[in-house]
Design a binder for this molecule. Structure first.
Ligand SMILES: Cc1cc2nc3c(=O)[nH]c(=O)nc-3n(C[C@H](O)[C@H](O)[C@H](O)COP(=O)(O)O)c2cc1C
Length: 320
C-alpha cells in the first residue's frame, strides 16, 4: 500500500472524518504539519503529555519540542514533502513507514544551505490513548541525511570500493535462513544470511532485510517473524526463497509455530521472534527481537561461503 499525503487524499479523508479513525487523524495532522508547516494541527493529534523517542538511544522530545523541530526542518527544507508508504493499525498502535524529500535551502544542523536534494525514509510507531497519541518512537537512517548534506562521507563517496567490500564479505562464512511471517493467513518469506544472535539473556537476535524485498512490508507490519536455519539437504529451499514468487511455500511441508510464524519442516533449527526494534540502515531494515520459541534438530546446517553452498558434514574438524 502506498499513500501520499496530497490534497485530494486529505479531502477524501476529511469527508469521512470519524474521531475514531486513527489513520485519518494521523494522516491529516501529518499532512498539515510536515507538508504545510501548520504544526499547531498536531495539538489535535498529540496528547499534552506526549513523548517522542528517536533512535535506539531513545532521545526524547515533548510536544512543544517536536513542533519546534518540524518548523526548523521546514525552514531548512521549505519544499519538504512527506509521503506515508504504509500504515498499519493494531490495537492501540499505529505503525507508519514514511519517506520525506526536500531541497536544503536553509541552514540545518549548522550546515549552510547546499541546495542539495535530500531523501530520508523511516518508520514511526505511535501508541494512542483514546483519540490522541501518548507516545511515539521513530527510527530513520540519519546517516542518509547527514551524507546528503555532506556532513559525513559514507556509501557512494566512501574511499572503499564496493567490490572490495563485497570481496571481504565473501570471506565470512554464514548459514542460510528463511525468514518468514504470516500475512493474514498467507505464509511469506525470503532467504537471509544476515542473521545474528544479539544476547542469550534475554535471548535476542537480529535479521537484516532489504527494503526492496517484497516480503519487507509484510515483515514491517508483523508482530512476529520465524527464522528457519536450513539443513544441508535444503539447497532447493534456499534457492526458492532467494527468488521472487507468489507461493514459495507451495511444494513445502510447513506449519505455523506457537506464535503463528511459518516454520519449515526439515530445517536444522527454528526460532520464533517477537519483533522489537525496526532500525532503518542504508538499504536495509534491521529487525531485532526476543526469541519466543526455539527448536533444533540433529541435522547438519547448510553453509554459505563465497557465493556457494556447502555441506558442513563433509568438512574436517580442526583440533583446538
Ligand atoms: C544465500 C543468500 C542470502 C541472502 N541474504 C539476504 C539477507 O540477509 N537479507 C536480504 O534482504 N536478502 C537476502 N538475500 C536475497 C533475498 O533472499 C532475495 O532478494 C529474495 O528474492 C527476496 O525475495 P522477496 O522479494 O520475495 O522478499 C539472500 C539471498 C541468498 C541467496
Amino acid at each position: 500500500m502506498s499513500r501520499t499525503l496530497d490534497r485530494t487524499d486529505q479531502t477524501d479523508q476529511a469527508a469521512g472524518a470519524d474521531r475514531t479513525d486513527r489513520p485519518t487523524l494521523l494522516g491529516t495532522a501529518w499532512h498539515a504539519a510536515w507538508n504545510q508547516g501548520d504544526v499547531d494541527a498536531l495539538d489535535e493529534l498529540l496528547s499534552t503529555s506526549y513523548v517522542r523517542r528517536r533512535g535506539p538511544a531513545g532521545v526524547t522530545q515533548d510536544r512543544k519540542e517536536f513542533k519546534a523541530s518540524i518548523s526548523a526542518v521546514r525552514e531548512a527544507f521549505p519544499d519538504l514533502h512527506t509521503e506515508i508508504e504504509d500504515l498499519v493499525e493494531a490495537g492501540d498502535q499505529l505503525a507508519v513507514r514514511w519517506r520525506s524529500t526536500g531541497h536544503h535551502t536553509g541552514a540545518f544542523l549548522g550546515v549552510p544551505p547546499t541546495g542539495r536534494p535530500v531523501e530520508v525514509s523511516g518508520a514511526t510507531f505511535a501508541r494512542f490513548e483514546g483519540d490522541a497519541i501518548a507516545e511515539e518512537s521513530v527510527t530513520f537512517d540519519s546517516r542518509q541525511l547527514l551524507e546528503a548534506l555532506g556532513i559525513i562521507t559514507t556509501g557512494h563517496t566512501a574511499a572503499v570500493d564496493p567490490d572490495l567490500v563485497r570481496g571481504v564479505h565473501r570471506k565470512f562464512i554464514t548459514g542460510v535462513t528463511v525468514v518468514t511471517t504470516d500475512d493474514a493467513g498467507t505464509p511469506r518469506g525470503l532467504a537471509v544470511n544476515a542473521f545474528s544472535s544479539i544476547s542469550l539473556d534475554p535471548p535476542m537476535v537480529l535479521v537484516c532485510v532489504q527494503r526492496s524485498s517484497s516480503t519487507h512490508p509484510v515483515l514491517h507490519r508483523s508482530t512476529h517473524l520465524g527464522i528457519n536455519i536450513l539443513a544441508a539437504d535444503q539447497l532447493d529451499v534456499a534457492k526458492t526463497f532467494a527468488s521472487k514468487g507468489d507461493n514459495k511455500f507451495a511444494d513445502l511441508q510447513w506449519a505455523p509455530g506457537e506464535h503463528g510464524s511459518p516454520l519449515i519442516e526439515g530445517s536444522s533449527a527454528q526460532l520464533e521472534v517477537e519483533i522489537g526494534e525496526r532500525l532503518e540502515a542504508g538499504s536495509h531494515t534491521v529487525f531485532t527481537g526476543r526469541v519466543v520459541s526455539a527448536h533444533h534438530a540433529d541435522l547438519a546446517p547448510l553453509v554459505y561461503s563465497g557465493g556457494g553452498f556447502f555441506d558442513i558434514s563433509q568438512t574436517a574438524p580442526l583440533p583446538w
